[in-house]
Design a binder for this molecule. Sequence first.
Ligand code: SF4
Length: 447
Amino acid sequence: MTETVTAHTKGLYLETFGCQMNVSDSEKIVSLLKGLGYRAVPDPALADLILLNTCSVRAKAESKVYDYLGRYRLRKRQNSRLIIGVGGCVAQQEGERLLKKVPYVDLVFGTHSLHLLPELVRAAERGERRSVTDFIDTETRLNLFPEASDTGELTRFVTIMQGCDNFCSYCIVPYVRGREISRRSAEILAEIREMAGRGVREITLLGQNVNSYGLKSPEELHFADLIREISAIDGIERIRFTTSHSRDISPELIACFAEIPKLCGHIHLPAQSGSDAVLAQMNRGYTRSEYLATVAALRRARPGLAVTGDIIVGFPGETEADYEATLSLLEEVRYADLFSFLYSERPETAAARFPGQLTRTVKQQRLDRLQRRQREITREICDGMVGTVQRVLIEGHSRRGDQLTGRTDANRVVNVAGDPSLIGRMIDVTIIHSYPNSLLGELYREG
Ligand code: SF4
C-alpha cells in the first residue's frame, strides 16, 4: 500500500493495531487522505503525518499505543511540522484526555469519526489540535467512506456492520464502537460487484458481530440471504466472514455452508470459555453444550469445516474445574487455530468489578498450558493435511519471493512453486509438508 512520495505529495505513516476491522479502517484512511495529497510510506522517518489506528480490547494493546507515541516524541521535537494523530478504540475511549496526556499529539479521531479525518488533518496543518469522538448512530456513517482505490488486490474486506449490543461482561467494544448498526444490503452488494469488476476474487465480510447483520433492520436482507446474493456475483469465488457469535448462528446460515460452495469451509466462532459458570458470568448467552451443538451442526453441513476461536483464560472467579472444562473444549472442538488471551480488566466493563480476580501468575500458567496443547492440536491438524489436495487461491509471491503463496479454503497459508501467471487463479495443490505457520505444496497433477 506504500507509494513513492514526490515533491507534491506528503508522507503518511500508519500503524494499525488490533482486529481486521482496524485493518479495513486503515485502508479507508489511506484512501481518504489521498485527497489531501498524502501517500503511505513504509517508515516514520519519511512521514509528514503519523497516525496510530488503535485497539483497546486488552490493556496490553492499549499500553502499546503509549509506547509507540513515546517513540515519536523525539521526531516531533526535531520536526515541529510533523503531525501525529491517534484514531480507533483508544482514541474513542480517551478523547480529549489523550490531547492532554500526550501534548505532542495533534489530532484524535474516534471510531465513528473516520469521515472527519481530512478536516482534522487540515486543521492540524494549520496548527490546531482537535479531538472528535462523538457517536453517530445511523448506518449512513458506514457509507460515508470513499472506496479504497484500486490496489490490484485479490482479497478485500467489506464492513457490513459495526458495533455490538451484546455487552459481554469483559468487553469494551460496545463502549468504544457503539451500538450495532448494519449497512444497507444494496450498498454492500453494489460495493462487492464493483470490487469483482476490478479483479477481487475473495471477500471477507466484517463486523464485530457479523452474523447478527440485519437483525435490527427488517428492510435489509438477513445475513444468510446476503451471502446467497454475494455468491451469485460473477468473479467472486470465495466468501468469508468474521467475527461470529455462536448464539446468532441461524439454521439458514448453517444451510449456506451446505449449499454454497463459494462460502469457505472455515468459521471463526469464539467460545471464550468451556465452563457454563464462566460463560454465564461472561454474559455470552449460550452454554457449552449449545456451543458444541452449533459446531456439530456446522460440521454436518460442511464436513471438515475448520473452526477457529477465541478463549479468555483467568476470568474473575475461574476455578481449576472451570479451566479444565475449557481445556476439554479444545479436545472436543479441535480448533484449527485459537486466539487465547489472559483476562484483562477493561474500564467501564462489568467484569472489572467482579470479585475473584486471579493473580497474574495463575492466569499466565493456565494460558501457557492451554496454548501448548493448542499448538499440538494445530500441528496434528496440519500434519493430517499432508497428502491431501487443497483448492488454493494464489494471491502473490511468498515472503521469500521464490514461491507463490495463497490460502486454502480453511484459510491456511500454502506456498507452492509455480509460474506467476497462476496469481489470481484457484488451483489444486497437493500438500507435501507442514510447517508451524504454513504448508508447502506442489501443483496437483491428476493420475
Ligand atoms: S459479542 Fe461480546 S465480545 Fe463480541 S464485541 Fe460484542 S460484547 Fe464484545
